[in-house]
Design a protein around this ligand. Structure first.
Ligand SMILES: Cc1cc2nc3c(=O)[nH]c(=O)nc-3n(C[C@H](O)[C@H](O)[C@H](O)COP(=O)(O)OP(=O)(O)OC[C@H]3O[C@@H](n4cnc5c(N)ncnc54)[C@H](O)[C@@H]3O)c2cc1C
Length: 335
């Protein structure tokens, strides 16, 4: 299958970074196609239904440090999409939580709803978003690029924006035999990520996490435990998200689900009332959860015969805000 309409820019990845880049480009009238291998948009802005409830299993909340991202968040706040959830977390000890003045924002309906909101906006501006399309190679072709996908589609395009985690982006360029300068290859190869293991638990009975329904202990094996009902995204069931630290996740990444669930449930047990029980459980593995070595700039412009920009949450700054800023920077740069 081949595209029928001419396209100016293909964006690989419809996570937050790709969607923000798409928003800038589509608003300025470029013909944009976003391709994502997932069943839905959002990438690590991931919300899953489990039992009668709902849980965020990727990003849990986000903060705002830059005025540029702040302006977007203010608009999302004004239209009721995001809301401040907390200004700090308990570490689970008896010590009071000390608010640090930074609101932690959550998304009504779960983090993935923000991606869906952005996707609807980008589509309204004329961009096409195709999910369930795994790009398999990005290759030079004429004075532009040829992208191929797992289901035999071919996209011929003048310019490409790539937002998948850096090792995956590098693999796509190598699969297309795209020549890279030694500098560009080294810049990409330097970027590293830590994995994350996540457990989701539907609990029948009382959960006694401190206000506002979460504990964060960066130094512990189980660094984050949060109640999605108290967060406001799971009104019909109590669903708890547990995240292991990156060290524990790396050490246990390939352990069987049963073994992981047993360890996660031991970490959760102290927060459950004596008669509470776990009705359903799920494990999710994130191989590229959080960058540990970043590229210093918000994007990398590959030295090539046609525009090719690389970005994502490993470019400039990490986390949700970093991904958004990288996407915005790539959108502007591409113009
Ligand atoms: C467990 C976990 C907890 C987190 N907690 C927080 C938090 O509390 N606060 C915070 O700010 N951040 C958090 N983060 C980080 C945050 O989720 C990310 O920084 C941000 O969502 C990254 O967005 P992105 O668009 O750069 O990448 P992604 O969301 O990974 O998007 C990349 C997209 O590319 C697609 N893709 C990849 N390869 C291909 C291909 N070959 N073809 C087509 N599509 C492809 C993927 O499907 C994906 O949708 C967390 C992440 C994880 C995993």
């Amino acid at each position: 299958m081949t595209q029928t309409q001419p396209v100016d820019v293909v964006i690989v990845g419809a996570g937050l970074c790709g969607l923000m880049a798409g928003a800038v480009l589509a608003e300025r009238g470029l013909r944009v196609v976003l391709l994502d291998k997932g069943r839905s948009v959002g990438g690590r802005l991931a919300t899953r239904r489990i039992g009668a409830g709902c849980a965020d299993h990727g990003a849990q909340f986000f903060t705002v440090r830059s005025p540029i991202f702040g302006a977007w968040v203010e608009r999302w706040r004004a239209s009721g999409i995001v809301y401040p959830w907390a200004t700090g977390w308990s570490d689970g000890s008896l010590a009071a939580t000390t608010p640090d003045g930074h609101p932690r924002y959550a998304v009504r309906g779960g983090m993935n709803a923000l991606a869906k909101h952005l996707a609807a906006q980008v589509a309204e501006q004329g961009a096409e978003i195709l999910t369930d399309v795994r790009v398999t190679a990005v290759a030079p072709q004429g004075d532009g690029w040829l992208l191929t996908s797992h289901d035999g589609r071919r996209f011929t395009v003048a310019a490409v924006v790539m937002t998948a985690p850096a090792p995956q982006t590098l693999a796509l360029l190598d699969a297309g035999a795209t020549p890279l300068t030694a500098n560009d290859r080294a810049s990409l190869a330097r970027i590293c990520y830590a994995p994350s293991l996540c457990g989701l638990y539907v609990v029948e009975g009382e959960v006694q996490l401190p206000a506002p329904g979460a504990v964060q202990r960066p130094a512990a094996d189980f660094a984050w435990i949060a109640d999605n009902r108290r967060k406001g995204i799971s009104p019909d069931a109590t669903v708890i998200t547990v995240h292991a630290s990156s060290e524990w996740s790396a050490a246990h990444y390939d352990a069987p689900d049963a073994e992981l669930n047993a360890a996660f449930e031991r970490a959760l047990r102290p927060w459950l009332a004596a008669d509470a029980w776990i009705a359903e459980e799920q494990i999710k593995r994130w191989r590229y959860a959080a960058p540990t070595v970043l590229h210093p700039e918000r994007l990398l412009r590959i030295e090539a015969h046609a525009p090719l920009l690389l970005g994502g949450d490993a470019f400039g700054a990490s986390r949700v805000e970093g991904a958004a800023l990288s996407g915005l920077a790539m959108g502007s740069e591409m113009m």
